[in-house]
Design a binder for this molecule. Structure first.
Ligand SMILES: Nc1ncnc2c1ncn2[C@@H]1O[C@H](COP(=O)(O)OP(=O)(O)O)[C@@H](O)[C@H]1O
Ligand SMILES: CC(=O)N[C@@H](CCC(=O)OP(=O)(O)O)C(=O)O
Length: 286
């Protein structure tokens, strides 16, 4: 399955203890960035998730798709803008978001995992009442149908795990009147990891991890230092919600949260099965 002999050797030597440690455990993965759009990386991701399942873990995939939504909105001539990293979502935009995320993107990932030998099932937050949501209010800005998760009903995920299926979740929530909400995928992954008391939350992105002001990768950040970096501006922009979501997850009982470089081939396997890992580990302060 994996053609890189160097990687094969490392995994053979280092993986066994991790396989034992994570057996039967839930690992929530936010899949996004280059790893999602580059065909070769997507194929590797699908193999990695399938392997995790085959050796007894319960991977749960939450996917993004911002760029794919942007392309479709442009094609349809629907203007789009972001406020504080969130796509302002009116009713027409929501229709497109639901079609692109719940349809095209979700099924592409399901198909990639199935092709790799896994059994994936695609869901949105509407399926089985998985993700209840309400409007996200931020600094008085009206974001329309952008949502935040208010309640996770994990029954459908547990059922799929027991049936040896790999759940693939599109970040769409449902309101009390059945209306749809567009939720940032990192936030959905964090909420799911917290509810499932996951062993790990892994956010795949397009940078090496959390960088210091001199561009050095921080391989490990404890909560107190992560908070300092957010306050003094070393962590800003799109990295802010990621780090906040990792901190929320560990505070809620997730053992460790990781921000990993999805541009690295087999980033997921390296993170889970090797001693060094890739990217930044965020944990509670001792
Ligand atoms: N300390 C930091 N370390 C790394 N990236 C940071 C940091 N602070 C801000 N960023 C920015 O956050 C971006 C990652 O967030 P984002 O683009 O929203 O990711 P994604 O598209 O994967 O969700 C980086 O490209 C970088 O511009
Ligand atoms: C509210 C909001 O902004 N939702 C995102 C949902 C998709 C997402 O989060 O995709 P990425 O992880 O690829 O950015 C959006 O509309 O783009």
């Amino acid at each position: 399955m994996h053609k890189d002999p160097h990687l094969q050797a490392r995994i053979l030597v280092e993986a066994l203890p991790y396989m034992q440690r994570f057996h039967g455990r839930t690992i929530v993965i936010k899949y996004g960035g280059n790893a999602m759009v580059e065909a070769r990386l997507q194929e590797q991701f699908a193999h990695d998730v399938t392997l995790m399942k085959q050796v007894g873990m319960n991977p749960v995939v939450v996917h993004g798709g911002g760029p794919q939504i942007g392309i479709m909105l442009e094609r349809l001539g629907v203007p789009s803008r972001f406020e504080g990293g969130m796509r302002v979502t009116d009713a027409v935009t929501m229709e497109v978001v639901e079609m692109v995320l719940g349809g095209r993107v979700n099924k592409e990932i399901v198909q990639a995992i199935n092709r790799a030998g896994g059994r994936a099932v695609g869901l949105t937050g509407k399926d089985g009442g998985l993700l209840r949501a309400r409007p996200l209010h931020r600094d008085g800005v009206d974001l329309g149908l952008v949502g935040e998760v208010t309640w996770v009903d994990p029954d459908v995920i547990r059922l799929l795990d027991q049936g040896d299926f790999i759940p693939v979740v599109a970040p769409i929530g449902v309101g009390s009147l059945g209306e749809s909400y567009n939720i940032n995928a990192d936030l959905v992954a964090g909420a799911l990891a917290a509810t499932l008391k996951a062993e790990k939350l892994i956010l795949m992105t397009n940078v090496a991890g959390v960088l210091d002001q001199d561009g050095q990768l921080r391989a490990h950040l404890e909560a107190a230092e992560a908070n300092r970096m957010m306050t003094d501006g070393r962590i800003h922009g799109g990295m802010l919600p990621k780090v906040q979501c990792c901190l929320d997850a560990v505070a809620a009982g997730v053992k460790a949260s990781h921000i990993v470089d999805g541009r690295v081939p087999h980033a997921l396997l390296l993170e889970i099965f090797t001693d060094a890992g890739v990217g930044t580990l965020i944990s509670e302060s001792p």
